[in-house]
Design a protein around this ligand. Sequence first.
Ligand code: C2E
Ligand code: MG
Ligand code: MG
Length: 565
Amino acid sequence: MELTRSLLDALLDSLEEPIYITNRDGRIVQVNAAFEHATGYRAGAALGETPSALCHERHGEAFWSAVEAALQTSGKWSGTVWHRHAGGQEFPTSLSVRTYPAEAGQSAGWIGVLRPHAATPAAATAGAATGRDSLTGLPTRDLFLDRLEQAISAAPRDRRSVAVIAVGIDGLTHINDGLGYEVGDELLGQVALRLQQSVRRSDTVARLDGDRFAMIMPMRADDDAVLVTQKVLDTIRRPFTIGGADINATASMGVSIFPTDGAVAVEILSHAMSAMSFAKQSGRNLCQFYSNAMNERAMQRIRLETQIRRALATGEFILHYQPKIDVETGAVVGAEALVRWQHPQRGLVAPGEFIPAAEHSGQIVPLGLWVLREACRQNVSWQTLGLKAIRVSVNVSPRQFWAHDLVDEIAAALRETGMAPAHLELEITEGLLMGEVERSAEKLDRLHRLGVHLSLDDFGTGYSSLSYLGRFPISTIKIDRSFVRDLERNRVTAEITRAIIGLSRGLALEVVAEGAETREHVAFLRQHGCHMVQGFYYSRPLPPDDFEAVLRVGFLRPEVSGSGS
Ligand code: C2E
Ligand code: MG
Ligand code: MG
């Protein structure tokens, strides 16, 4: 049977993959229906054009010369090419090109077969030529890819990897349909702002289209992409206030990393996007890593999360209490409740091993509430025994802090255990307050009105912006252990510590030094006006019975003297 023109047309149109054929001059002479559909170009518009004219200009002359050279030597070429839709948007495709022979044995032209990486853009969405999205002011996909290309080329020199995080806002259609496009647009604007706030200023945040954003983050070896993604998920999870009403949104995220997950910008972005789609399918409000290695880590975390859930149900968590001591008298003036996991196989597990996972999964909220209630219950029971009434401190994690019912839960815990609010202290970290000053101030004020004390934990390790000390009703500052540890070795550290103590006293704040391990530490702190200390020099965190014994005496002799433990 002879291959007639109409048979060829029918054959090409029956294929699902977009195909074009060029003549010897590299001009398109034939496209199939799938090509028209994917690119939005009708045959009439595409015929006579060169394939490069239908692609993004990021593929410059050098790129197409390389393709041509490959075709001349080996007769084929394949790689990722960004096609431009007739509507203006570009989309990545895997392009395979082969030459086909003319009668005389010479190459007569090319046959190009496209495999779009994702759904091709709908027609009529005109591309933004400015590089900036008009709604959010963020870079568009074009500019994003340019910057990603730059980041990738700089990465090996700076010994960095580059993470691309694709973020899809879940349920935007729902919001648009139910509440109107103005609300949807406002939401996107606020999301854009929060995404920018959750990364370093030098990192790029872009709006790709509709409800999809992406971020470029150059990373050092010890940077943890998991932490960043968690931060972003949390940022989005907090309610948005639009027109006076609270609106909840969630995000699905996909991460891919140069060089592990791809070598060129388009590839890395497309992998991040597929990871994001996968996250969306497997239940919203999730993050998925493209690479298997990362998924293995994510899997471990999920296993841990399952175990934590079980441990909460079976009561495997316990609290230890570390005394806070007045260095002038040796009197026990308070205690910090520190959670431990009494694991049936692993024994006593330290919080550093499970708090991050609990924070990630959200189980920190029920776990934190358990800690709070247990600490109150225990403290009241000591008071009932007639022991000295002390203030017990409980750590509140960021996720817990932002839970909408934190204040109510604390009020309920105090009411139900019968503990006086003045005997409860909440330790929060300064990072939590940054970027959300208004909302934090409002929440802290509500807690303050409840009558509980508020202290700033790990002071000096975060932004240590002093301006907020006056804005928040905080009564205590806890100097981070890292300062105390280096007091003798590092003069700058010693100076900073002195300054923090002076500042706190100037602002009439209590100041507690964490991690005092030696007599020299205590002497320094005391000499410079810090009279409250929590550290191994006096005592490690103790099981309730041991702490009770300490409380009966009411005073502590140093546990170690001279050198550290
Ligand atoms: P943190 O709140 O800063 O608690 C102080 C940590 O420093 C405790 O570690 C304590 O054992 C340790 N420490 C105290 N004095 C010394 C010392 O002299 N030398 C040394 N090397 N370490 C000292 P721990 O119990 O392992 O807790 C670590 C962190 O886990 C806590 O840091 C806190 O951020 C978190 N955490 C503990 N319990 C809870 C909890 O119930 N809820 C939340 N959200 N976080 C908790
Ligand atoms: Mg603490
Ligand atoms: Mg601390």
